[in-house]
Design a protein around this ligand. Structure first.
Ligand SMILES: Cc1ncc(COP(=O)(O)O)c(C=O)c1O
Length: 399
């Protein structure tokens, strides 16, 4: 039976040039993204400053509205930002850390940037509590639930862990946080576009993410969802004129907040990035994340099967219900093996302490998955017992 999702391959030029299995890091660029970027350039060139009135000024809201169904949230609840770090900073600036409720609970499997940011809040009085994982693959949910108490202000939590692709039980954590008066910031970066999301019914206070990975939207299009009832009560400390109720009045002094989602904006929107992101959102929305997930599970199941047949350690949950879109295969000399895979046009990445991350998306074929595992087998057979020299880390390599 032919796979209808393969009809999308012609929209992604890179899949004709290599075996592209790295959508957990940088999703393939849709052709349509070039067209949107050209549209941006044409508008800038032809309309000049008048382009702000032709949709540029509102582009944060309109882009967020395009993303809303993919996240499973109502329109008018998402603001757009440079990246996750900025979006989380704005959330963090809504709270105080000098009273009894000052604890931020993080797991040691979070993306490091999430730690760096909140570590910085110690200077405002925040205490950071890290919940350790036993196996480096999944969090101990009970331990995490125990760490969340009446002193907790924020629980920043990745729905899918970047290192292991483990899909977490966010519902239980959100329920516990709410029971004790804490807020949850769900980082859905590794989930959005690969795992169906219904964030409204999950009840999370905040969600953050970006567009570089499974959404095929390119860099510079981070997003922040704030639950409407929570948004009404919040006044971010990090704000700019785009968050003002009447930005073009240029009032001086303290801000008069706009309603959400604009009250979470900072300054001038990142217009070209939001044009390029649109293409990926449209395509993911048109296919539907349910169909993407069904295909993803079929391909990752096969990948895991082949990895285990090859005798490799798999650092990703084997159960479908516990797995995001990537599979992490641990091999000796992982960095050098990943580098050799890339040299042979099988595009993957490697993370220390985890392994080689491989991620088929809707535009990949079963043959590509099998080819990648065959090439991996050849490389590891040739290098068995030999210490490959690790290549230098390349500057600017993506997450
Ligand atoms: C789960 C997760 N959160 C956050 C980030 C980093 O986000 P940003 O660079 O947009 O701040 C990444 C990047 O890989 C990630 O995987």
């Amino acid at each position: 039976m032919t796979d209808p999702l393969l009809g999308w391959r012609t929209e992604f030029p890179i899949v004709d040039t290599c075996t592209y299995l790295v959508s957990h890091s940088l999703g393939a660029m849709p052709r349509r993204a070039s067209a949107y970027l050209q549209q941006f350039a044409d508008e800038w060139s032809r309309r000049g400053v008048r382009a702000w009135h032709d949709g540029w000024w509102e582009i944060g809201r309109t882009t967020g509205d395009l993303l809303a169904p993919i996240l499973g949230v109502p329109t008018g609840t998402i603001s757009m930002h440079q990246n996750v770090t900025v979006a989380q900073s704005i959330v963090a600036s809504c709270f105080r850390y000098d009273g009894p409720r000052r604890k931020i609970v993080l797991t040691d499997l979070e993306f490091p940037s999430n730690m760096y940011l909140f570590e910085g809040f110690r200077r405002y009085g925040a205490e950071i509590a890290y919940v350790p994982s036993d196996d480096g693959i999944r969090n101990d949910t009970e331990r995490l639930l125990d760490a969340i108490d009446e002193r907790t202000v924020l629980v920043p939590l990745s729905l899918v862990l970047f290192k292991s692709s483990c899909l977490q039980d966010a519902r239980a954590i959100i329920e516990k946080a709410h029971r004790v008066g804490a807020h949850v910031i769900l980082d859905v970066y590794q989930a959005a576009g690969a795992v169906p999301l219904d964030l409204e019914s999950l009840g999370t206070d905040f969600a953050v993410g970006g567009s570089v990975k499974w959404l095929c939207g390119g860099p510079g299009a981070g997003y922040l969802y704030v639950r409407p009832d929570v948004a009404r009560a919040l006044e971010p400390g990090i704000v700019g004129w785009a968050a003002h109720a009447a930005p073009f009045e240029f009032e001086t002094g303290a801000i008069r907040y706009a309603d959400a989602p604009e009250r979470f904006q900072s300054g001038t929107p990142n217009v070209p990035s939001l044009y390029s992101a649109r293409a990926g959102y449209e395509i993911v929305g048109q296919i539907g994340v349910d169909a993407i997930r069904r295909k993803s599970l079929t391909l990752t199941r096969r990948l895991i099967e082949l990895a285990r047949q090859g005798g490799y350690r798999v650092n990703t949950p084997l159960e479908d219900a516990e797995r995001g879109g990537a599979v992490i295969v641990d091999v000796p000399n992982g960095q050098a093996v990943a580098d050799e895979l890339i040299r042979r046009e099988v595009i993957v990445d490697y993370r220390p302490g985890a392994g080689i991350r491989m991620a088929p998306h809707f535009y990949n074929t079963m043959e590509e998955v099998e080819h990648a595992m065959r090439v991996l087998g050849e490389i590891t057979a040739n290098t068995a017992g030999r210490s490959l020299e690790s290549p230098p880390v390349r500057a600017g390599e993506s997450m």
